[in-house]
Design a protein around this ligand. Structure first.
Ligand code: NAI
Length: 329
């Protein structure tokens, strides 16, 4: 059989970590043939809970799992990992300023970048889930210069999948027939969910729906606000769908996207489609041979250009704030 691949999950004692560990262990991320060794990292206050997760993974008698390392030592956690899913971070608490949250995450992502750079396997693929996901990924990139920038990505696949789900529900069709929606920009409420180039059952989504008011109104705001809506319903974050989408992100990145289909990924911007350069921006991408490529040549109307501008401006502003925090370290 294949040699096991080491997969790091940070924040592994948290909500998403708990869902993600089992999905990765059952082959959802790297396929049903790929054995794995899980590296689970959390901080000392969560160490006991993390050990509990490890106990459960042993109890699940998982054929693909060839080892579980549960640790609070970031250097040990990063050793030889080929995939790193960064879910750990400092959440925004009531009454906290945005800058304070940013500053906490900047320190976390700076030190974890250094550990990854030093200890991860060559060619490590990094997915940042923890918010602010795009900017945490940017900080990671700034502090891990030897990791190629294309190997550092942020999760917007959950937003992408949410857009597919909303269109499928509205049309009353199966979600597998809906494809090529796009999430542009930031994983935040400024993101632009765009269906102009998407299809449902082979028809352009705008033609199938014939409801521009919905597409520019409730559709956009529902996808943008879905995370908050789930928290309101469950009293907890959207852990199941975030974990499932993180598996989709890595699986497509490593194993490729289907011909004729693209997905959304937060990747280093080259300025395509009027996005600001050198921020982690969500684009439509195709993947092959373990590499992503931004889909080129899509037409962007004035409405879309305006939306791309808003979310791009926010990312530039976040970047400036993060760099200020970094300078103040
Ligand atoms: P959670 O609070 O349940 O878990 C976070 C875990 O990270 C905790 O166990 C905490 O101890 C750990 N942690 C904190 N600092 C750490 C550090 N320096 N190193 C390692 N671990 C550390 O939160 P949940 O619900 O699992 O969400 C995790 C993150 O994912 C949050 O930032 C959330 O906003 C974000 N998120 C992102 C989504 C996306 O689509 N990009 C979707 C949903 C959530």
């Amino acid at each position: 059989g294949k040699a096991p691949v080491r997969v790091l999950i940070t924040g592994a004692a948290g909500q998403i970590g708990y869902s993600l560990a089992i999905q990765v262990s059952r082959g959802t991320m790297l396929g049903p043939e790929q054995p794995i060794i899980l590296h689970l990292l959390d901080i000392p206050p969560a160490a006991q809970s993390l050990d509990g997760v490890k106990m459960e993974l042993i109890d699940a008698a998982l054929p693909l799992v060839h080892g579980v390392l549960a640790t609070t030592d970031v250097e040990e956690a990063c050793k030889d990992v080929a995939i790193a899913v960064m879910v750990g971070g400092f959440p925004r608490k009531a009454g906290m300023e945005r800058k304070d949250v940013m500053s906490k995450n900047v320190s976390i992502y700076k030190s974890q970048a250094a550990a990854l750079e030093k200890h991860a396997a060559k060619g490590v693929k990094v997915l940042v889930v923890a918010n602010p996901a795009n900017t945490n990924a940017l900080i990671l990139r700034e502090n891990a210069p030897s990791i190629p920038p294309e190997n550092i990505t942020a999760l917007t696949r959950l937003d992408h999948n949410r857009a597919l789900g909303q269109v499928a529900e509205r049309l009353g069709v199966h979600v597998s027939g809906v494809r090529n929606v796009i999430i542009w920009g930031n994983h935040s409420s400024t993101q632009f969910p765009d269906v102009a180039h998407g299809t449902a059952g082979g028809r352009p989504i705008p033609d199938a729906l014939r409801d521009e008011a919905w597409l520019r109104g409730d559709f956009v705001s529902t996808v943008q606000q879905r995370g908050a809506a789930i928290i309101k319903m469950r009293g907890m974050s959207s852990a199941l769908s975030a974990a499932s989408s993180a598996c989709d992100h890595v699986r497509n990145w490593v194993l490729g996207t289907e011909p004729g289909t693209w997905v959304s990924m937060g990747v280093i911007s080259d300025g395509s489609y009027g996005a600001p350069k050198d921020v982690i921006f969500s684009f439509p991408v195709k993947c092959e041979g373990g590499r992503w490529e931004i889909v080129q040549g899509l037409s962007i109307d004035e409405y879309a250009a305006g939306k791309i501008k808003v979310t791009g401006d926010e990312l530039v502003e976040e970047k400036e704030l993060a760099l200020q925090c970094l300078a103040g370290e």
